[in-house]
Design a protein. Structure first.
Length: 550
């Protein structure tokens, strides 16, 4: 079996208990030692390995043991075909592990005469221009703005640098960035393609196109760098399946190097000594960068019990364990029960109206949102069409709730807008109704009756977009028990029917657990009112002239 000092150093750190590895990296070591390093046709290009590490140390950052380990395998060569043994590299790890900085430094090195391959062009591909430029700008900063090197030097190699390309004139090698648009970006003649944040790729189309140009330049390589994400059954999940197939010994001919860092069990998130499983930058001894990173992660972790909306983001991005449960409750049941508190006297108080009027043939909900600093009060009413009740089996005691005044059963073919407007007009007699917030469904039906009644109406053009904005506030309201419904089992039912799904960008969306039988109209009406909850405090200031006796 062949060996390399950096590989041995990393493995020995693990065997001696100095660092903690997750199952997949333990499998990687076993795979390398039992399957790869025992081959007669492989060897480490020690000169390239040492020069690459020296190059990065000088111009970018101190190279960490796990990075030296990876670099060694970038230059593990197959002498039968005079090519790198590993042609693809999957580097999956938690946010903050330095993936972009590392791949920037590697990219720069691969374009130099030290690597020694002419026209070794490199494309950095990402889903957005901003992400694609992340690694590109790391190199740009070193070459022109000297942000990395503390000595005040700049690399003396003859570079041509622009905002879109970095060319090493000595080799003719160019680093550039692309966005993932398969219609306009064909595969070229690259020596290396880097796919950044593949977790957001819904399919492999762009990867297939860009990799189509490889093979024309010697020593071609592909890097996939990413933290996990929210797109299920997309390219990231496919790559994880591929990686696990190799590590499980089911495809030993795959020339991919799988460096996959994650928690082994979700419960390990509560043990900070396990965090290095997902983020190798947290391996002791910690660098100054790593100490600051761990401090930041601890700050986020310490408030997760309050800011629960950040839990999927924290698990997915920091611990590299995606939240695979796509449906989550908006609040725990005991938190929903805690809304059963007595309503204070709200007469003449300012409030924001909320309206959910999407489906006029089954349910419609209205409500008033009051606020006293961080305390919120939601007074609500609903309308349900009798024809819907007669054709749909709903478990709740609708008739009982109607008798208790929580809702009105409507005998018409539709829930006419007049029911809605009349309810708000009645509330205006007791409360200071600032405005009513509605979604953009049925705007043509809703707007004119409100105008004729003299009730200000604001229509949210993109209702779903406000879900992510309001998620932290909603989580806090329930967790801190700052929300009051009164004794309203209908509103508790609405709230318990809400499921939460994570969008590809990490934001939250509130949906129904069941489209027909588990209604959420009252919750969405409250959601609309919450969009303007801050305005209540502006309107609900005491009128100082009231205290003056004329």
């Amino acid at each position: 079996m062949i060996s390399n000092k950096y590989v041995d150093e990393y493995i020995n750190q693990w065997r001696e208990g100095k660092i903690v590895l997750n199952k997949e990296r333990e499998q990687l070591i076993e795979y390398l030692q039992n399957t790869v390093l025992v081959k007669d046709n492989v060897y480490f290009d020690e000169d390239k390995i040492d020069k690459c590490i020296k190059f990065i140390n000088k111009w970018y950052f101190p190279v960490q043991p796990f990075q030296k380990f990876i670099i060694a395998f970038i230059f593990l060569m197959d002498n039968e075909v005079d090519s790198p043994y590993f042609t693809e590299f999957a580097l999956f790890m938690g946010r903050g592990a330095g993936k972009n900085g590392f791949i920037s430094a590697i990219s720069d090195f691969l374009t130099t005469p030290i690597h020694g391959i002419k026209k070794y062009d490199i494309s950095i591909v990402a889903n957005s221009e901003e992400q694609a430029k992340t690694s590109f700008n790391e190199i740009y900063d070193v070459l022109l703005e000297n942000k990395r090197n503390k000595t005040g030097e700049r690399p003396k190699a003859p570079y041509e640098v622009s905002k879109t390309e970095i060319k090493n004139r000595a080799t003719g090698s160019i680093v550039k960035y692309n966005t993932s648009n398969t219609k306009t970006k064909d595969g070229g003649r690259e020596g290396c393609v880097i796919f950044d944040e593949i977790a957001i790729y819904s399919d492999s189309d762009m990867v297939n196109v860009k990799r189509g140009g490889l093979g024309k330049i010697p020593h071609d390589r592909t890097f996939y760098i990413s933290t996990d994400g929210y797109v299920r059954e997309g390219f990231m999940d496919m790559m994880k399946d591929r990686v696990l197939e190799v590590l499980d010994g089911n495809n030993l001919n795959d020339r991919i190097f799988p460096f996959y860092c994650k928690l082994d069990e979700r419960t390990e998130v509560d043990d900070e000594s396990m965090w290095e499983k997902s983020n190798p930058m947290l391996h002791p001894p910690l660098t100054g960068y790593a100490r600051n990173l761990k401090r930041k992660i601890k700050e986020e972790y310490n408030v997760l019990h309050i800011n629960r909306s950040n839990k999927p983001e924290f698990m997915t991005k920091r611990m590299n364990v995606p939240d695979v449960d796509e449906e989550k409750v908006v609040a725990l049941w005991d938190e929903i029960l805690a809304t059963n508190k007595e309503m204070p006297n709200l007469e003449n108080k300012a409030c924001i109206g909320g309206l959910d009027y999407a489906l006029v043939r089954d349910f419609a909900s209205v409500g008033l949102l009051f606020r006293d600093n961080d305390e919120y009060y939601w007074k609500t009413h609903s309308f349900i069409r009798r024809g819907f009740l007669e054709t749909t089996h709903l478990e709740p005691p609708i008739e009982e709730w109607a008798n208790n005044g929580l809702l009105t059963i409507v005998d018409d073919d539709v829930i006419d807008i007049s029911y809605i407007v009349n309810w708000f007009q009645q509330q205006q007699q007791k409360y200071n109704l600032v405005k009513v917030i509605s979604d953009n469904f049925r705007t043509d039906i809703v707007r004119r009756p409100f105008e004729e009644a003299g009730i200000p109406l604001e229509v949210i053009k993109n209702p779903t977009a406000i879900h992510g904005l309001l998620a932290p506030r909603i989580d806090t309201m329930f967790a801190k028990k700052q929300l009051t419904f009164g004794d309203n089992p209908l509103m508790r039912w609405f709230t318990n029917n809400v499921a939460v799904t994570m969008q590809p960008d990490g934001s939250k969306k509130y949906i129904k657990k069941d489209e027909v039988r588990r209604k959420t109209d009252g919750f969405h009406a409250m959601l609309h009112a919450l969009y303007r909850a801050d305005e209540i405090l502006e309107y609900d200031q005491p009128f100082i002239m009231d205290a003056i006796n004329f």
